[in-house]
Ligand binder design. Structure first.
Ligand code: PHE
Length: 346
C-alpha cells in the first residue's frame, strides 16, 4: 500500500544521519534522485484511484518536504562541524600565499655594494673560480716562490687525481684574478667591480671559513691618484654605514699595490667611542687597497707611464657582519631558515 510505504519512509527519513559530504549525497540519491525511493512513490501515485489522490498527494508532498528539510539540516550541521575543525572547503577563498624564499644576507650586502659603486661608474666583471697561478699571483707581482701563496692559504688542484705533483691550477684566493683578466682584455679607462666567491685553506671557525665572498674594485685611467681612491672609499663608507662614518687609511703591504693601505671605518656600533666590537679602539678594519703597482700594469700590457690606477678589495661577510651584527661566519652557509628569515624585510 502506498500509504504504508509513505509512512515507513517518513519515519526513516527523520532518523537519517550523515558523517560527511559523501554520505549526505548518497542519502539524496537514495531518496530524491530520479531513481530514488520517494520518486518511485510519486510514480506509483499516478496509479492511485482518484478518490485517494488528495490525501496521498498531501502525504507524499509532506514526505518530500520533510526529506529535503532533513537533508538541508544535515548539510548545515556538517558545514559547522567542518568549519570548527578548520576543514571547510571554501572554493571562493583566496589561496594561502606561497611561502617565498628570502634574499640571503650576503646577496643583499653584495648587491648594495654593487649598487653604491655603480652610481660612480663601476660595472661588474666576473671570472672563473678555478683559476691558474698566472692570473691569481703571477701577473699580480707575486714572485714565483713568494710566500704569499702560502699566506693566502691556497687550495691547489691536482691535475691528475691521486698524483701529487706541482700544479698551477688552483681555487682563486681573491677576486684580483678577475682584475688581471679585465686588464689583459680591455683597454683603459677601466672601472670594474669584481664580486665573487674565493677560497682559502683555513680551519672553519666563527671568524674564518674555507670560502668567503669578496668584492674588489679596479679603476685605471690617466692621472688616477691616491686622493681619488680615498674619495671613492669615503663615499662608499658613508653610503654603506651612514653619513657620520669616518675612514682612516693605515700603511700596509700587498704585492700588487704600491703604496698599499688598509682602511678602517669608525666603529658603526659605538660610533667611534670604543666598545667590545672594536676592542675599544673606535675603528674597525674593512678593506685593503692601494695604487696598482706599475709592474702589474705592465704585466697586463698597460703602459704604466701613461696610466695609473687604484684597486681595493673587501670581504662581503665582514661588511655583513658590521651591518647586521652577525657574529658567527658559519651562519652564512648553514642554510638555517630561522637565521635567513630574519632578513625578510631587508
Ligand atoms: N686581494 C686582496 C685580498 O684578497 C685585497 C686587495 C685588493 C688589496 C686590491 C689591495 C687592493 O686580501
Amino acid at each position: 500500500m502506498l500509504k504504508d510505504s509513505i509512512q515507513t519512509l517518513m519515519a526513516q527519513v527523520k532518523e537519517i544521519q550523515a558523517n560527511n559530504a559523501e554520505e549526505l549525497e548518497a542519502l539524496r540519491i537514495k531518496y530524491l534522485s530520479k531513481k530514488g525511493e520517494i520518486t518511485a512513490l510519486f510514480n506509483e501515485f499516478r496509479e492511485v484511484p482518484n478518490d485517494q489522490k488528495r490525501e496521498l498527494g498531501q502525504l507524499l508532498n509532506q514526505l518530500r518536504q520533510e526529506t529535503e528539510g532533513r537533508l538541508a539540516e544535515l548539510r548545515e550541521q556538517l558545514g559547522e562541524r567542518l568549519e570548527a575543525s578548520g576543514e571547510r572547503l571554501d572554493l571562493t577563498r583566496t589561496p594561502d600565499p606561497i611561502a617565498l624564499g628570502t634574499r640571503h644576507p650576503l646577496s643583499l650586502v653584495r648587491e648594495e655594494i654593487e649598487d653604491i659603486f655603480s652610481r660612480i661608474g663601476f660595472t661588474i666583471a666576473q671570472g672563473p673560480e678555478v683559476e691558474d697561478d698566472k692570473h691569481v699571483y703571477g701577473m699580480l707581482n707575486f714572485a714565483p716562490e713568494h710566500p704569499a701563496r702560502d699566506m693566502q692559504d691556497t687550495f691547489f688542484i691536482e691535475k691528475e687525481i691521486g698524483v701529487q705533483k706541482p700544479t698551477d691550477v688552483l681555487l682563486r684566493s681573491h677576486t684580483s684574478s678577475v682584475q688581471t683578466r679585465v686588464m689583459t682584455s680591455q683597454k683603459p679607462p677601466i672601472r670594474v667591480l669584481c664580486p665573487g666567491r674565493v677560497y682559502r685553506n683555513e680551519a672553519i671557525s666563527a671568524r674564518a671559513h674555507c670560502f668567503f665572498h669578496q668584492v674588489e674594485g679596479l679603476y685605471i685611467d690617466k692621472n688616477v691618484s691616491f686622493a681619488d681612491l680615498r674619495e671613492a672609499l669615503l663615499y662608499f663608507s658613508k653610503e654603506m654605514f651612514g653619513p657620520e662614518t669616518k675612514i682612516r687609511l693605515r700603511p700596509s703591504y700587498f704585492p700588487f699595490t704600491e703604496p698599499s693601505a688598509e682602511m678602517d671605518i669608525s666603529c658603526n656600533i659605538c660610533g667611534g667611542t670604543g666598545c667590545s666590537f672594536c676592542k675599544g679602539t673606535g675603528w674597525v678594519e674593512i678593506l685593503g687597497c692601494g695604487m696598482v703597482d706599475p709592474n702589474v700594469l705592465e704585466a697586463c700590457g698597460i703602459d704604466s707611464k701613461v696610466y695609473s690606477g687604484y684597486a681595493f678589495g673587501m670581504g662581503v661577510e665582514r661588511i655583513t657582519n658590521l651591518k647586521y651584527r652577525v657574529k658567527d661566519l658559519r651562519l652564512f652557509s648553514e642554510n638555517d631558515v630561522r637565521f635567513l628569515k630574519q632578513f625578510e624585510s631587508c
